[in-house]
Each structure stands twice: as C-alpha cells, then as structure tokens.
Design a protein around this ligand. Structure first.
Ligand code: PLP
Length: 392
C-alpha cells in the first residue's frame, strides 16, 4: 500500500485516486481483487498456532477490507479505520468503543434519528446514561459535564435541520475531562471536513451516502486517532462486524470519483437554491454554505465545501396537505430516505419525537432535498411546476 508518510504530502484528490491500492502486489491490476472468503489456510500447524501470517479468518480482515480501511485512514489522517455494514452500525460500534456501565454520554440533539434510537433503546440496558444537548453549545457544553461523562457525540451539520456545531470548542472542552469526541461527518465527507484535525477522536461516515454514491449498497466507516484506535479496533473485532466484499468494492469504486461528484452536487445545489430563495411560496432555506445561514461562519471555518443535502421551509400557515401536494407533483425528485446517490430526492421533514433539548415546531412544513447530478435547469423546472401545482 502507499505508505502514509509519502501520501500525507499528497493533496486530497490524489489520495482519493491512489489510496488503498497497490497494483504491484496483485500482478499489476489497477484495482485490488474482490476477495470472497471465510476460511484462510495455513501452510503448517506452527504458523496456525502462532498466528504467524497476515490473515487468520476473513471476518477479522482480508485484502478487500484492508483496501477500503487504508483508503479511509489516509483520507481522514487517522491512526486506523474500520468499516461496518451500515452507517448506523458504524455509529453504534464507535459509541460502544468508548462507553461502559456507569458512564454518561452527551449526544447532540440534532443527531440522525436512528442514532437517537440506538442511544435511547440500547445504551440504557448497559447502564449508560444518555443526555441530549443543544447544537449551538460550544465550550458551554462544560456545564453539562458530570464526573462520569466519557463521550460527546456530535454531528455537524445536524440531520434535517442543518445546525453547524463548534466542533473545535466542544472537543477542547471534552478533552479537558478526558472524554472521547465522536462526530458523524456524513454530510461533508472527509473530503470537505477533516474531523480529526478539528479535535475529534472518532470520525464516522455513512458510506452508504457519498462514498458509495450510487444508491446501491450500504456501508459505514469509522476513523480513529491514536487515542481511540485501540478501543475501536477491539470492539469491532469482538462484535463480529463484517462487510461483504462486493459492497466494499462499490465503496472503493465510489471513492475514486467522490471529489468530482461532490463538486457537482455542490454546484447544482447552489444553483437550485439561488432560484428557490426567490420563490414566493418558499419561506427560508437551511444550507450552511449560504451566507444567510446561521451556521455559515462555522461552515466557512471548518469545511472546504458543501454537499447536496439541504432543506427549505414553507411559510407559516402552510398545511401538510400542501406539502404533500408539492411532493407528489415532483417528477424528477424521488420520494425516499437516504441520499448521496447521483439522483435527486425529496422528503417531508418530520421532527416529531426527534428533539428533546431544543424547541422545535412539529407543525412547520419543511422539505429536505438531495440535489443530484441532473442538469439543475431541469431540477428547477420540476420544483417550479410542483410549487405551482401545490400553491397555485
Ligand atoms: C443515513 C445516515 C446515517 C446512517 O447510514 P446508514 O448506512 O443508512 O445506516 C448516519 N448518519 C447520517 C447523518 C445519515 O444521513
């Protein structure tokens, strides 16, 4: 594999093209082979009992898992990386690697819904107490620390509502008490945000989104700094998490084009939002890369780009029926969860039961959009006709 010493001097796009592959170790083929495996054979019993070879059993790692883990490690500037069978599985493994019975974990109120579900339904069974915090807390998060606080889980920008968090301030505060900082970096990816450089210990991405990038596989990745790596590696191994080789192949294939795809998602999103902001039936927009967004200054400081996920809000008094009429009239935007593929998507934003530390309106009418790689003029025409149908 490309040595991390030489690759750390390479620019991110070059790392995307070269990391996690070593053609000369596989007969010169550009891409690593997709290893379908469980059993690994040993040449003799001495090698078997001493574990004297690189691979022991496919669940514990094989050349295919190594390729993606090496690539993620290099992209994130990490001490090590692990892959999981979904983004949610990556989040669960990362959290379990840094909490134990009696501990207290702080989780941002705007975390991805299923992250909350995991924290609320699984962690209490193992004696971990869970508390949610306002995404606008920076170093003031200190006021929530308890002697038993060992982890702070962040996600910036937040799911559905896109609040940016002051990750460097939160990390510095958490490290004063020795707590581990986790961040869900799915929105920006390691290309546009480098969580470990901002002070985060465990950086997580739902690889299902932009890394795979084509809506055809589920994948999760976690990158750890030196301090968090040992714990992550141990829990990952103990839990038996394993990703099928064909899905890893799709992740590796996706990584190679991540930069060109994200650049276009960003450009298309800015073009669509520039049109959307002037429509009379649209109230406001949530997208941290817009100078009008409350999170803009933090985004500018901490991120080098923005992706295709955003939300817009209908004016007060809009009914759910009107929102549904708008969504049902869309022709190019599919109605469906997930995002990060090449295609545009829309869902109604539903915050019921999703926030507990911050006040939210559960009746406000908002739509989350994923702006895909279609021509933005066609997307604008689609949004225009759907707004007209719903609002006259
Ligand atoms: C989709 C998503 C996840 C979970 O990823 P899956 O692969 O669907 O399990 C985690 N975090 C965020 C922010 C997401 O959008």
């Amino acid at each position: 594999m490309t040595s991390s010493n030489s690759s750390s001097r390479l620019k991110p796009d070059t790392r995307l093209a070269h990391s996690g592959r070593d053609p000369q170790s596989f007969h010169g083929f550009v891409n690593p082979p997709v290893v379908h495996a469980s059993t690994v054979l040993y040449p003799d019993s001495q090698t078997l009992v001493t574990g004297g070879q690189t691979y022991s059993y496919a669940r514990r790692g094989n050349p295919t898992t190594d390729s993606l883990e090496d690539a993620i490690k290099e992209m994130e500037g990490a001490a090590g990386a692990k892959i999981a069978n979904s983004g949610l599985n990556a989040i669960a493994l990362a959290i379990l690697s840094c909490v134990k019975a009696g501990d207290h974990i702080l989780i941002v109120d705007t975390a991805y819904g299923p992250t909350r579900h995991f924290a609320d339904t699984v962690l209490p069974n193992f004696g971990v107490s869970v508390e949610y915090f306002d995404p606008h807390l920076g170093s003031d998060i200190k006021s929530l620390f308890r002697p038993e606080t060992t982890a702070v889980f962040t996600e910036s920008p937040g799911s559905l509502t896109f609040e940016m968090q002051d990750i460097p301030a939160i990390s510095a505060a958490a490290h004063e008490i020795g707590a581990t900082v986790l961040m869900d970096n799915t929105w920006a990816t390691s290309l546009y945000c480098q969580p470990l450089a901002l002070g985060v210990d465990l950086s997580i991405q739902a690889g299902t989104k932009y890394i795979v990038g084509h809506s055809d596989a589920m994948l999760g990745v976690v990158a750890a700094n030196e301090k968090a790596w040992k714990g992550l590696n141990a829990v990952h191994g103990a839990m038996g998490s394993h990703v099928a080789p064909d899905d890893i192949f799709l992740g590796l294939r996706g990584l190679r084009t991540l930069s060109v795809r994200l650049e276009r998602h960003q450009k298309n999103t800015l073009t669509v939002l520039d049109w959307l902001k002037d429509q009379s039936s649209v109230g406001s927009i949530s997208y941290p890369a817009l100078p009008t967004d409350p999170g803009y200054e933090i985004w500018k400081r901490d991120c080098s780009g923005s992706s295709g996920l955003c939300a817009f809000h209908f004016p007060d008094g809009t009914s759910q029926d009107q929102t549904h009429a708008f969504l049902d009239a869309l022709q190019l935007f599919g109605l469906g969860y997930s995002w990060g593929g090449f295609e545009s998507l829309a869902i109604p934003v539903r915050l019921k039961g999703m926030r507990s530390a911050t006040p939210v309106s559960e009746t406000a009418q908002s739509v989350r959009l994923h702006i895909g790689l279609e021509d933005p003029e066609d997307l604008i025409r689609d949004l225009d006709q759907a707004l007209k149908k719903a609002f006259g």
